[in-house]
Design a protein around this ligand. Sequence first.
Ligand SMILES: [Zn+2]
Length: 559
Amino acid sequence: MAVCARLCGVGPSRGCRRRGAQREQRREGPADSEPDTDAEEERIEGARLGQGEAPASAPAARAPLSLLELPPELLVQIFGSLPGTDLPSLARVCSTFRRILRTDTIWRRRCREEYGVCENLRKLEITGVSCRDVYAKRINPRVKSGRFMKILPDYEHMEYRDVYTCLLHRYRHILGLWQPDIGPYGGLLNVVVDGLFIIGWMYLPPHDPHVDDPMRFKPLFRIHLMERKSATVECMYGHKGPHNGHIQIVKKDEFSTKCNQTDHHRMSGGRQEEFRTWLREEWGRTLEDIFHEHMQELILMKFIYTSQYDNCLTYRRIYLPPSSPADLLNPGLFKGTYGSHGLEIVMLSFHGKKAKGTKITGDPNIPAGQQTVEIDLAHPIQLPDIENLRNFNELSRIVLEVQEQVRREQQQQEEEEGQDEEEGRSRQGDSQQAEPPAQRDDAGAEGTEAAGAAAAQESAPNSQPFVLPVGVISRNEDYPRTCRMCFYGTGLIAGHGFTSPERTPGIFILFDDDRFGFIWLELKSFSLYSRIKVSFQNAEAPSREAFDEMLKNIQSMTT
Ligand SMILES: [Zn+2]
């Protein structure tokens, strides 16, 4: 019996085996065919089994023979240490187990250990309204207290078992990082357990061009138990507080949200007021402040495009990039300047001798999901001294030289691969060939080059002066004036609507552990990137392959 199997870990093995043998004997008996044995029955049974045993010479030394003989508080401890998903089947074993599993401290522990819930239901109950009010304010500070009163859950009858089963376990698949499908614009949504809520926070870059400022965030939805055994989804979009919403988990790694009361998103001042409010939030200024005509157009377009969704969005899961000690810097999420498009979110990841910057948010030129920059770690660039660095033509000459070298190397590699392929074909039938030589060469090259980059990093002076060449435009004048290393790279540029995309040459500049830059040679412009210092939960990729697959998927969405 399952109970007896578990018992081996608790009582002395001798006793356990003995009882196991006894049970084996009466396997055919009617009592065992009914697993839902009552505690009373078990006690009687235990006594009967005892009769057959050797005379108890030292009854004090006798260890408990069954889980059911343990004191209930110990069972609460044991059951509380099991995964919550195992508890329903444990409850089916017998009525005693079922009764013990009604103990809310077991479920409270599961909520805490599996989902990090630290809010105390009982405490909320005691402190009452004010505490709930604080909570509501924390979620939407604009809404005056009182408005939330009638829509907050009745915690008095709330149990952790319901929180676990109807909220946390039910919606566990939406925890983590997501990218909404909003045409070219994308976005970053972080779904977390926050107190007794599950909240979807949309992360927004700081106001342009303050790339070092922290990220901003606003809630798009929340889920909580308004009544026992039934979780309520609320839309948090707009400025009128939470209202009726809906979440559908479409398939693994995809879900969608729907607002059932979009009139809550409308403002009394009409579209004008909605636009002004959006502009203040998104850009931190008024349209009159933005003199640049093209920028005004881009901003208007984004408002018209994104506001039509009314928080009815489909999300796809994204993972944070896996890291390795050999990486040039920690991979992760960065905020970067993108000229008139403002600040965008870019994910930096390492792939052997290449590093990739993938857009998590995008714009009508280069949409979200596309690879904005690619860094060639096998080709470091030695910047000219500070005087010559101001000369754009000199820098351009250096970069174009490397570009030519890279082109030649690629050509050579392709030729070699072609030869290898031919050789491979002529050798077909020679089944003992362990692996294709081309593949082995590649792996070797990758190893040496990575080591080369690491060696260059060690030998290079810790910092060298840096200044942007004259004529290169930067959104941000206070970029770092020293850098550690530079590499050749390419940046993706395209016309409006992602027409005729093209990878153009540029320079990747590593400033420090949290900042890097990219000079777009053809655009004569500079992007500055600064790390997003938020520790996101449930965002780790299950494997390197899963991460690569995710990158490919989000890229194919907008291609
Ligand atoms: Zn809504």
